[in-house]
Design a binder for this molecule. Structure first.
Ligand code: PMP
Length: 431
C-alpha cells in the first residue's frame, strides 16, 4: 500500500468536505486509491506525501511534452510578465490561430474557447446556425464534453433502442432528447439509415474520429464524409483528444478525412485552459456580424477566450511538436507498452483486444473485437478495474477506465518500469 502522510490524509478529507465528489477534475478513481498531486516533471508526478508515480494519464492528454516542459514554462513566464488577460484580441491568439490553420486540414478560421466542452458545444451551435436545422447526430458512447447536448447516450444502456437519445445527467431538460439522434460508432449502415430518415432536420454529425480508445474501422470516417456531403449536412470531428496527438494535423491528417468543422483542446493549450472551434470559413462566418443576418449570427464571447498566457503555452507546445521525429517517438513509446500489455495478457491466457492507436490506446478483456460502445459493454470491466488498481498500487497512473496517453517525455526507463509493473499485475488478474 502507498504510504500517505498525515498532511495528505487531511487534505483528502478536506477534499471530501469542500469539493462535492471530492474532485476538481477526474472522478473515476476509487476512493481508496485517491491521492493528491503536488507536482509533475516529465513523465512523472509526485503526490503530497512525496510518492513518485509514472504518469500515463498526462493530464488526460494535454501534457504531450511532459509536465513542466522548459520551453512551455519559459513561454508562460514571459507571457505572465506582460499581463494576464485583456478581453480584446491579443498578439499570441492571432499567432496561434494562424498556426492552427496551418496545421489542421479543415481549419480556415478559428474561434477560441476555454474548454473542449465549450468548443464542441460551439461547433454544434454553429452547425445549427449555418444550416438552419436543429438536430445533431452523435454516436453512442461518444464524449463531447458535458454540455446538455453532449451528455446524451454517453453511457447509454443497452436496453435503449436506436435512434432514441438518453440524457446521461441530472439537470438536462428531457425535451433536448428529441434534438439528438444516436447511432453506433463504426456502423455506417445504421448511420446512413438515420441520416436518410432525418436529413431535413439534421444540422451535423459529430464524431470523435477515434471514439475514446476505439479506432475507426477502415472506411468509416470516409463513409461519414460521403454520407454527410451527399445529404448536405456538416461533419464535425471532435479532435479534443486526437488533435496534435495522432499526428500534427490530428486525426484528419492521420486518417486522411477532412471534416467541415472540428473542436480541439488539450494539447493546443499546452496544459492551460484553452480550446477552439475551427473549420471552413463560410461556416465560421456565422461568428461575423457583418457577414450574416441577425438571425444566423452566433454571439460567442468569453472573458478568458484566447487568453494570452494559454496561447503562449500552446504556441510553445506546437513549436516543440513540429520538431523532427516527435511523432515517431510518441508512437514508438506507446507501441512498446501496448505490445507488452497484450503479450502479458496472452501469456496468462487472458483474452484481450488491443484498441486505439499507439499514441493513445488500451485493452478490453474480451474474446471478440470491440468496435463500438455496445461491444465494450460486453467486455470484462471488473478485470480491467483490477488491472488499473494493480498498476496504481504500483504507482503507475493511467486514465480510468480506459486509455494510456503517451508523451515524448517518457523515457525508456519509464517504459521499462511500466512493463515490469504490467508483468507483475497481469498474473494476479485471474479471479
Ligand atoms: N471531447 C472529447 C473527445 C474529450 O475527451 C473531452 C475531455 N476529455 C472533451 C471533449 C471535453 O473537453 P474539456 O474537458 O476540455 O471540457
Amino acid at each position: 500500500m502507498t504510504q500517505r502522510t498525515q498532511l495528505e490524509q487531511e487534505l483528502l478529507a478536506k477534499a471530501a468536505q469542500y469539493l462535492p465528489g471530492s474532485s476538481t477534475g477526474n472522478t473515476s478513481y476509487p476512493d481508496e486509491l485517491k491521492f493528491l498531486v503536488r507536482e509533475g516533471n516529465g513523465g512523472r508526478v509526485w503526490d503530497v506525501s512525496g510518492n513518485e508515480y509514472i504518469d500515463w494519464l498526462m493530464g488526460s492528454g494535454p501534457m504531450i511534452l511532459g509536465h513542466a516542459h522548459p520551453a512551455v514554462t519559459e513561454a508562460v513566464l514571459s507571457a505572465v510578465g506582460r499581463g494576464s488577460t485583456f478581453f480584446t484580441t491579443n498578439e499570441q491568439a492571432v499567432m496561434l490561430a494562424e498556426e492552427l490553420v496551418n496545421a489542421v486540414p479543415c481549419a480556415e478560421q478559428v474561434r477560441f474557447t476555454t474548454s473542449g466542452t465549450d468548443a464542441c458545444f460551439q461547433a454544434m451551435r454553429v452547425a445549427r446556425a449555418f444550416t438552419g436545422k436543429e438536430k445533431i447526430l452523435k454516436f453512442e458512447g461518444g464524449f463531447h464534453g458535458t454540455s446538455d447536448y453532449a451528455m446524451m447516450s454517453v453511457f447509454g444502456s443497452a436496453a435503449n433502442e436506436f435512434p432514441q437519445a438518453e440524457a446521461n445527467s441530472g439537470g438536462i431538460p428531457r425535451a433536448l432528447n428529441d434534438l439528438m439522434l444516436i447511432s453506433q460508432f463504426n456502423d455506417l449502415e445504421t448511420t446512413a439509415a438515420i441520416i436518410d430518415a432525418h436529413k431535413d432536420e439534421i444540422a451535423a454529425v459529430i464524431v470523435e474520429p477515434m471514439q475514446r480508445s476505439l479506432a475507426p474501422v477502415p472506411g468509416f470516417l470516409a463513409g461519414l464524409r460521403k454520407l454527410t456531403a451527399d445529404a448536405n449536412l456538416l461533419l464535425i470531428f471532435d479532435e479534443v483528444v486526437t488533435g496534435f496527438r495522432l499526428a500534427y494535423g490530428g486525426a484528419q491528417e492521420y486518417y486522411g478525412v477532412t471534416p467541415d468543422l472540428c473542436s480541439v483542446g488539450k494539447i493546443m493549450g499546452g496544459g492551460y485552459p484553452l480550446a477552439a472551434t475551427m473549420g471552413r470559413a463560410d461556416v465560421m462566418s456565422v461568428y461575423d456580424r457583418a457577414a450574416v443576418s441577425s438571425d444566423d449570427y452566433v454571439d460567442q464571447i468569453g472573458t478568458l477566450n484566447g487568453n494570452p498566457i494559454a496561447c503562449a503555452a500552446g504556441l510553445a507546445t506546437l513549436s516543440e511538436l513540429r520538431k523532427d521525429g516527435v511523432y515517431d517517438r510518441l508512437h514508438a513509446v506507446g507501441g512498446r507498452l501496448r505490445q507488452a500489455l497484450a503479450q502479458a495478457c496472452q501469456d496468462q491466457g487472458l483474452l484481450v483486444q488491443s484498441v486505439g492507436e499507439d499514441a493513445v490506446f488500451d485493452i478490453y478483456f474480451s474474446d471478440h473485437p470491440i468496435q463500438n460502445y455496445r461491444d465494450g459493454l460486453t467486455a470484462d470491466a471488473a478485470t480491467l478495474g483490477r488491472l488499473n488498481a494493480g498498476l496504481l498500487e504500483r504507482r503507475i497512473i493511467k486514465s480510468w477506465p480506459q486509455k494510456f496517453y503517451t508523451s515524448i517525455a517518457h523515457t525508456d526507463d519509464d517504459v521499462d518500469e511500466t512493463i515490469a509493473a504490467i508483468q507483475a499485475v497481469v498474473p494476479t488478474l485471474r479471479s
